[in-house]
Design a protein around this ligand. Structure first.
Ligand SMILES: [Zn+2]
Ligand SMILES: [Zn+2]
Length: 201
């Protein structure tokens, strides 16, 4: 049975810790709707068997409460009065293409927490339900919003001034990682975890 994880976000509320990881999964798996992406449909059984790593879940998200940033040309700036909900790598093709890098990384915030000046730039929707924003002068990838994640905004880590303080806590869509890209860490790698658990049952 084909199943998109974002449905889970609606049906099953998460506690504070697991919601961080649920968020990562949900947004990442949206890329499955694109024919150009390697679809990895998850069955309900796979989803049910997915469990969070305690070590990863307990990692600190961020130590800073004040977030600021700007696009490449500086014509758009933004700030947040609160620290991120989570910070994550995403290896999916959709995020790579939107950001232009070999892997994307994002900090998630409550949408209300982010203020752009003078505005958020140009909104672009390629996949239904996903709106990404870019500076309309220099093209920097600023943010993404997802209909199934109401009231959240994902800011590209590279445009955040405090990026050095916002270490990702998880790799999403590990299966789509470019094979020549090697990031050495002990973070949870979500696709591999789900697959392993399925094979074990
Ligand atoms: Zn992605
Ligand atoms: Zn710009």
């Amino acid at each position: 049975m084909s199943f998109r994880l974002n449905v889970l976000a609606i049906d099953q509320p998460f506690d504070g810790r697991s919601s961080q990881f649920g968020t990562v999964l949900f947004r990442c798996y949206l890329s499955q709707t694109r024919p150009s992406c390697k679809a990895q449909s998850k069955s309900q059984a796979q989803i049910d068997s997915f469990e969070l790593s305690e070590d990863t879940a307990l990692m600190s998200i961020a130590s800073t409460d004040k977030i600021t940033g700007r696009c490449y040309c500086g014509s758009i700036t933004f700030r947040s009065a609160s620290k991120p909900l989570t910070v994550a790598y995403c290896h999916c093709e959709d995020c790579r293409r939107a950001t232009g890098g070999p892997v994307a990384a994002f900090a998630a915030f409550d949408d209300d927490a982010i203020t752009f000046e003078p505005n958020e730039g140009k909104n672009v929707t390629v996949n239904p339900g996903v709106t990404r924003s870019f500076c309309d002068n220099c093209g920097s990838s600023l943010a993404g919003r997802y209909e199934y994640l109401p009231n959240q905004i994902y800011i590209s880590i590279g445009v955040i001034d405090q990026a050095a303080d916002l270490a990702p806590v998880v790799h999403a869509h590990e299966a789509n990682r470019l094979t020549w890209l090697h990031i050495v860490d002990d973070l949870e790698r979500l696709d591999a975890t789900a697959t392993t658990k399925l094979n074990a049952t």
